[in-house]
Design a protein. Structure first.
Length: 171
């Protein structure tokens, strides 16, 4: 005896259920995969009190690095307000290597075009800049690297600098 009305086919039911589950969970799966950046080795930011970076305030990052084989990119992350008075910022970057040797670099970061238009991303009066300082970087030693950032502007207090950070990724 065949039942025409009320008969369901389990394979069609599970097929439709599978399609629904895929449609529901696929965006979440894509989000998880995209948000996990396996190339990031280090990414930390430090904020300044009242959005003021004082000339005697040294920002320090301790970075444990074991990879001496792969090539890396070295970024500076800088968030500032559009009330910042300058179109650039000069920094001293002091590096202490695991063996105790030290290096010092002076870096200029351009924050605005000559027309005055701010670079970086942001809404309202805040701008986020991710500035590539160096690519093709290979760390020569395993161990703890210390990176210290100092503002090198003539102004003892840089108003409008919200936070600064370092990001190191594998190329």
């Amino acid at each position: 005896m065949k039942m025409i009305l009320g008969h369901y086919k389990p394979d069609i039911f599970f097929s439709r259920l599978s399609v629904r589950l895929i449609l529901i969970f696929f965006p979440f799966l894509v989000f998880i995969i995209v948000s996990c950046d396996s190339k990031t080795v280090f990414d930390h930011t430090k904020s300044f009190t009242d959005d003021v970076w004082k000339s005697d305030e040294i920002v320090r990052f301790d970075v444990e690095l074991q990879d001496t084989v792969n090539i890396h990119k070295f970024y500076l992350n800088l968030r500032h307000r559009t009330s910042y008075r300058y179109s650039n910022i000069f920094l001293f970057i002091n590096t202490t290597f695991p063996d105790g040797k030290e290096a010092r670099d002076t870096v200029e970061c351009i924050l605005a075009e000559p027309s005055g238009k701010w670079l970086g991303k942001g809404i309202s009066n805040t701008r986020d800049n991710q500035i590539l300082l160096r690519r093709g970087l290979r760390f020569p030693q395993q161990g703890n690297y210390i990176f210290e950032l100092e503002q090198a502007m003539r102004d003892p207090e840089l108003e409008g600098i919200m936070d600064i950070g370092l990001r190191i990724t594998r190329e």
